[in-house]
Write a protein of this length. Structure first.
Lengths: 412, 210
């Protein structure tokens, strides 16, 4: 027997109401865990995905929407822009690099992105198998897509129109030429191909099969810059790298006022988004702290009440040789054990919540989160819990320290 | 002398001071402390056990003056050398019988007697793994006696150990206390107002109260 075991015995001997307080504490801590995990991973991911992209240009509309669709592939695109205008812009001396994107189709909810080989370079993508696309209808799939849909090099599939599941199917088959290694970036969830592929897919709608120029399907696609196309051709958005800091001042103004397109900066828009989300996060944090406070009070009351019943026990312990210090330690130990259990359950609950959210949201952004990453910040949760345990035990421990053995034992 | 006291006085707040007759007892001897209820018998027992500090006078056990010990040293001394049987058993409810006795070993930092053998001797050997709530009153009383004995103390103090027992059980408990005290060579002091006890232990002092 020792104090830990004695404390544990008393803990398991308690009424179920104590369990309720521990659950309350666990819930509060679970909310904080989820917030910590989501905040950390989101911000990390968001910055990682936008790395190397100084400006996004697309059709006029909401700048945030343009960033979300162009960089993170979450929201719907604002529309398309004429190829001609995009090409004109690319000749600006303020621009170091420009990557066009053409959206419009999906494969089982994973977006098919028409672009050039520079896009792979932007994310420093590595191939797990196969090689990059060279002809129309050849695609490279991200690691998550390949894993979830079981795609291998050489497989073919049909796409659906629109950028979310459930729209009508296109007829031409895509062929997988490469599979990317997992990178933790947005490209894990994408199907990448040439802009020509996206164009031809949509031309099929209007032209009949016979009229189509079969020769063009076997031409090499453009690997960098813009593909050749007539006046009617469009792209969805452009990812731009500045040549000099000067561009940050001049280029957005030039695009927004001088063209039919709009320019948005990922850094600026994401900062705005986090500011908006911040209100919700603080609200949840507040709720979590209220829960923790209430559970702390509940644990205090439980300890205090059980102490009243246990003054005899404490006096007996003194009579058989326990010191005041040992009794105080015993009470603290009990409070701390209770809240530590709460903390461990809370952290586990938080991670499980997140795992459930992720499994419910396979194609969305949440899917790229990892529920079983443990952060240093979670140690703070343990510290909070210990703090609550110590606070809740202070008064009961003091009263245990003050208990007079003789008085307690002669009271009947 | 194993235990000797001199001119002990104690006053409860708002009451006239109590003074107690001196006690001189050797190892292996037994002494009754008799007195009406309210006369301060239990107060004397608490003073002898170091649970209460007398206002004047001194208690020394095995050559150690209790007044010279403070705080945890006094607690440890009590745990090692004094076994107390209270009026009510006061066992720790979350623990089993055996664990209750182990606590006494733990706090006194003493190996003491072998628990299962002791329980066997007290006739409750088969209860060692039972929960305290499942014991009868008589069994619980014997467990509390075992707890007082388990560290082989030099002094055993018993507070009204027989007040709620019938004649037969009174005799058994007294017998048990006396034989066990002899076995470990301890001095035994029983505080009681129970006249039946007088027939078994001849040596006594009387507390007259204020």
């Amino acid at each position: 027997m020792n104090l830990f075991r004695l404390s544990w015995k008393y803990l398991t001997f308690r009424p179920p109401s104590t369990g309720l307080n521990v659950i309350l504490l666990a819930l509060g801590l679970a909310i904080i865990t989820v917030l910590l995990l989501v905040q950390d991973q989101f911000e990390n991911k968001m910055t990682k995905d936008a790395e190397g992209i100084d400006l996004v240009v697309g059709a006029k509309g909401s700048p945030l929407q343009l960033i979300l669709s162009g960089v993170y592939h979450i929201d719907f695109p604002t529309g398309n822009i004429p190829l001609e205008e995009a090409k004109k812009l690319s000749r600006s001396r303020l621009i170091k690099n420009i990557i066009p994107l053409a959206l419009g189709d999906n494969y089982k909810g994973y977006r098919i992105v028409g672009t050039n080989h520079d896009y792979l370079g932007l994310f420093e993508a590595q191939f797990d198998q196969g090689k990059v696309w060279e002809q129309p209808y050849e695609v490279v799939v991200g690691a998550t897509v390949a894993l979830r849909e079981g795609l291998k090099v050489g497989d073919t599939f049909e796409s659906s129109h629109g950028i979310s599941v459930g729209s009508h199917d296109h007829e031409h088959d895509y062929q997988v030429t490469g599979i990317l290694a997992p990178s933790g970036n947005v490209i894990d969830r994408l199907v990448l191909t040439s802009i020509e592929t996206v164009w031809y897919t949509h031309e099929e709608e209007s032209e009949s099969e016979d009229e189509k120029d079969h020769a063009q399907l076997h031409q090499e696609v453009s690997k960098t810059g813009f593909p050749e196309g007539d006046e009617a051709k469009e792209v969805t958005s452009l990812l731009i790298q500045y040549r000099s800091p000067m561009a940050a001042v001049q280029l957005p103004r030039m695009i927004n006022s001088g063209t039919s397109m709009q320019a948005a900066s990922p850094t600026f828009e994401m900062a705005r988004l986090f500011e908006l989300l911040g209100i919700g996060v603080s609200l949840l944090q507040g709720l979590a702290f209220v829960l923790i406070g209430i559970s702390g009070l509940g644990i205090f009351i439980a300890l205090y009440n059980s102490l009243k019943e246990r003054k005899y026990d404490l006096a007996i312990l003194r009579a058989i040789g326990a010191s005041r210090g040992q009794l105080v330690f015993l009470i603290f130990l009990e409070g701390i054990m209770l809240t530590s259990i709460g903390a461990l359950v809370g952290i586990l609950l938080g991670h499980s919540f997140l795992a459930v959210i992720i499994s419910q949201n396979e194609q969305g952004v949440a899917a790229s989160l990892d529920a079983w990453i443990f952060l240093k910040g979670e140690l703070w949760i343990l510290v909070y819990a210990l703090g609550v345990g110590i606070l809740a035990s202070l008064i009961p421990a003091w009263s245990a320290y003050q208990t007079s053995i003789a008085k307690q034992l002669t009271k009947s | 002398m194993l235990i000797s006291t001199e001119n002990i006085q104690y006053s409860h707040p708002g009451q006239a001071p109590l003074s107690f007759p001196d006690i001189h007892l050797k190892a292996n001897e037994a002494l009754l402390v008799l007195g009406k209820s309210g006369s301060g018998k239990t107060t004397l027992l608490n003073i002898l056990g170091g649970l209460l500090k007398p206002h004047s006078g001194s208690v020394s056990i095995d050559g150690v003056a209790l007044s010279s010990l403070e705080g945890s040293n006094l607690d440890l001394f009590r745990g090692k050398n004094i076994g107390i049987v209270f009026q009510k058993p006061h066992l720790l409810a979350p623990l089993t019988v055996e664990e209750n006795l182990q606590m006494a070993h733990y706090f006194s930092k003493k190996k003491g007697q072998e628990i299962n053998r002791l329980l066997d001797e007290l006739g409750i050997g088969e209860k060692s793994k039972s929960r305290v709530q499942n014991l009868s009153e008589g069994e619980a009383q014997r467990v509390s006696i075992a707890r007082a004995l388990v560290n082989s103390p030099k002094l055993i103090l018993a507070d009204e150990p027989t007040s709620s027992l019938d004649d037969e059980n009174t005799f058994k408990v007294l017998n048990l206390l006396q034989t066990q005290a002899k076995k470990i060579g301890a001095a035994l002091i029983i505080v009681t107002h129970d006249q039946r006890v007088k027939d078994h232990i001849p040596q006594f002092i009387e507390v007259k109260g204020a």
